[in-house]
Design a protein around this ligand. Structure first.
Ligand SMILES: *Cc1c(COP(=O)(O)O)cnc(C)c1O
Length: 232
């Protein structure tokens, strides 16, 4: 049995903290989109949050996400793919409202081809690897030129921003410099002539550091365990 009262209390607490963080930096809380990261949790967990008005959900695996969408069966929900996407799965990933993990022009163009073929549109964010840790995904800031050049010709897939997943830190304050860096990368792209609408969204901040991310300009936060509880 799911303890839905606790789930709803945690969701309400996250929303409250979002509002307070936005307030601290004089931002409109409505400009921040909360993605409830439901990976490893059941369709019933999603339904409970959806009943409380939650619209955006995040999954890190294509297959698990598609299955859950189907089982939940609420067409008004928006599903976000936040995990690494292999290009051979691009065709399936077109079923998501947005993909946050574009890391090459090749992957973007595969999604674009799939979107055109299936007559669907999708939002996409470019994942930026700032710390260059081994085994981490994402494009380096140097890779961004070709990706945004390809994005200009896309019609099915609309690039709307940048995403980052900084190294895990104990103190949320230690994540702040990475969030600042992502915003600086965005400002630099605009200086170099990338249309602001392509980099307007900053997807950054998770359960332990989303308040810091909001202070640093996040427009999308991806929060799992703080809403659904500890993943097993
Ligand atoms: C799992 C995951 C999250 C959410 O993590 P929590 O710590 O549970 O909030 C956010 N972003 C990505 C890319 C993830 O894989």
């Amino acid at each position: 049995m799911i303890d839905s009262a606790s789930l709803l209390a945690r969701l309400a607490d996250v929303r409250e903290r979002i509002a307070r963080a936005a307030d601290r930096v004089e931002r409109d809380p409505a400009s921040i989109r909360l993605i409830a990261v439901s990976k490893t949790f059941s369709p019933d967990h999603v339904r409970i949050a959806a009943d409380a008005g939650q619209i955006d959900f995040g999954e890190n695996k294509v297959q698990e996400g598609l299955q859950k969408m189907e089982l939940v069966g609420l067409p008004h929900l928006r599903w976000h793919l936040i995990g690494h996407l292999q290009s051979n799965k691009a065709k399936k990933a077109i079923g998501f409202h947005a993909v946050h993990s574009i890391d090459s022009a090749g992957l973007l163009l595969k999604l674009e081809a799939a979107g055109r073929e299936q007559n669907r549109t999708q939002e996409a964010l470019v994942q930026v690897d700032l710390a260059l840790e081994p085994n981490k995904h994402g494009a380096t800031p140097e890779d961004l030129g070709p990706i945004f050049a390809a994005a200009r010709d896309c019609t099915a897939v609309r690039v709307v921003g940048l995403m980052t997943l900084p190294p895990a830190v104990d103190d949320p304050e230690d994540a702040r410099p990475w969030f600042r860096r992502l915003r600086a990368v965005r400002d630099d792209l605009i200086q170099h002539g990338i249309p602001p609408a392509m980099v307007g969204q900053l997807s950054m901040g998770m359960s332990h550091d989303y308040e810091v991310a909001i202070e640093e300009g996040a427009t999308i936060i991806r929060v799992g365990s703080a809403i659904f509880g500890t993943r097993t």
